[in-house]
Design a protein around this ligand. Sequence first.
Ligand SMILES: Cc1ncc(COP(=O)(O)O)c(C=O)c1O
Length: 367
Amino acid sequence: MQRIFLSAPYMGGSELKNIEQAFSDNYIAPLGAFVDGFESKIKEYCGAKYALALNAGTAAIHLALRTLGIKDGDTVLASTFTFAASVNPIMYERCKMVLIDCDESWNLSPELLKKAICECEQKPKALILTHLYGAAAKLDEICEICAENNIALIEDAAEALGASYKGKALGTFGVFGAYSFNGNKIITCGGGGMLVSDDEKLLSKARYYSTQAREPLLHYEHLDYGYNYRLSNILGAIGCGQMEVLSERVKRKREIFALYKELLGGLDGVDHFMPELENTCANRWLTTLAFKEKNAHLKVIEALSKENIESRPLWKPMHAQPVFKGAKAVINGTSDDLFSRGICLPSGADMSDEVVEKVARIVKSAL
Ligand SMILES: Cc1ncc(COP(=O)(O)O)c(C=O)c1O
């Protein structure tokens, strides 16, 4: 029985040809035409002015903090309902982390954001806002609160490439936006990330840090310390190929979500699917839903696993992670509740309707 994955890589066709081109050019380095091409394609697709290709989405978030001059002891706010990669960079810079819960949108609550700002002993410097599972957070409210309080907005759009808010790409609302091309993302290079910004100065500074903070001199001269965060031209070649099919992938992921909703939405045990705010378009990277009963997701995951089908609980909130127990948390119980009864269903864009129907049948009988 062939395993059905949560979100398997799905190549479009040009990727191998591009890799062969990189080989024949002998550009097998963390720079080259495919890295430049990948940056251009992301800029064009997302409408960002500047883009920097990196070897991970985590590196993009880290560089955003470093470039903004956020340092040891500064306070950084972040969504608690997310993956650890969103907030690990706060630890790299030894900042104080303040974790904020979500509301009915499953994304950061603007009300709790205001509360967190009031309760912070020190003025927060930045907010790392996750657009969870490719669905937009309440950007109008959040951008306004950040602007009023002079807080730099860093959008963690790792899961949200191809999604939009009022027609504008997620990742282009903040000072910086970060995308991921990890193996399970909507498009992948096998590993990689992209930092985008409309601020030329900030993005060139990030570029400088990403290449070991090297001064533009003949010899190697360093006035500051940096990182080796650049993307390989081989991975850029895959990224360029994947950009050709991004719109198709978004379309198919949305169809898969709609089909699951049609098949499972009316079941007694199902509470609700992850919402999509009005005037937004989620990429539906993963189809996620909450069951009515606590722990119902565990028996569904087990039943699917018996059929060699991968599914997962929702992200365990960061405030509940032992490693971040020292962080201040402004919470309302929503993410804890969703974690106790929510599931990520297999959502690969290469899944046929028949496969989705098979998964739905198993979910139904497990319930
Ligand atoms: C919400 C979120 N933030 C950040 C990341 C980090 O991206 P990467 O794995 O490319 O470092 C991921 C994915 O892994 C993610 O899901």
